[in-house]
Design a protein around this ligand. Sequence first.
Ligand code: G1P
Length: 293
Amino acid sequence: MKKMKAVIPAAGLGTRFLPATKAMPKEMLPVVDKPAIQYVVEEAVSAGIDDILVIIGRNKNAISDHFDSVPELEVKLQQKGDHGRLERVMKSSDLADIHFVRQGEPKGLGHAVLRARTHVGDSSFAVLLGDDLIDERDSLLIEMIAAHEATGAAVIALMEVDPAHIHMYGAAAVEPTDTDGVVKVTGLVEKPAAEDAPSNLAVIGRYVLPSSVFEILERTEPGKGGEIQLTDALQELAADPDGPGVVGVTFRGRRYDTGDRVDYIKAIVQLAADREDLGPGLRPWLKEFAERL
Ligand code: G1P
């Protein structure tokens, strides 16, 4: 089997973080000391992927600069003997083979994914959304790739959410399968009202897709919010009895949502508190701070 490529859509406007995202893409916002997108690239790399296509919009040069080398900075750190920082700086430009394509107009996630067609060709591929960070101790993407290899189906990641929050996600109707943690997806709806949701199983931002999804996306009409929705294309795959179908891998691990301001702050605090270098300094203060609230 050919090595799988990954696609990271990063062309959103980041309106929830304005003015921080006025001149900088939201994917470059730091989560502790790394931009959010680097976590996602590292996750793909740990799942064995070494070719990554980032779909960028306007103002996105910062992303390509981040994954490029900065010789003058490297020389400075070398001269200062700061090997720890030097290693961290060099790591971001050595991670994988990273390519970029522009989306042009932001016409939705489905439209962004379609921009990857030429680069991906006729192989299956992974899609990782930068707003969802999956803890590096959890192996969601690896399990999804295994489920795809076993079934040939499109694989989505599903997580139970409070029914009051399902309107912020794609929602799935599912049936059990013989494999623990894997469900058959019989229907998908993008951001339904709570009363119309088929379940409280939310689609989270990881997908492993067969290339046939591109043909569907070509003819997918704008849906929710007037945008071309990936969820709608996957609903078509789920409903087609002759196609590869859609399965869901249910995720019960640690996910950090960096798309929402409060959740973004929580992600930074949780990740920093867990780190060996920062946790010891942060945790006692956090306890004290919580007592004062
Ligand atoms: C996208 C998808 C949605 C999914 C969500 C996960 O929405 O369209 O189905 O549940 O990502 O983060 P967005 O958050 O980009 O509006």
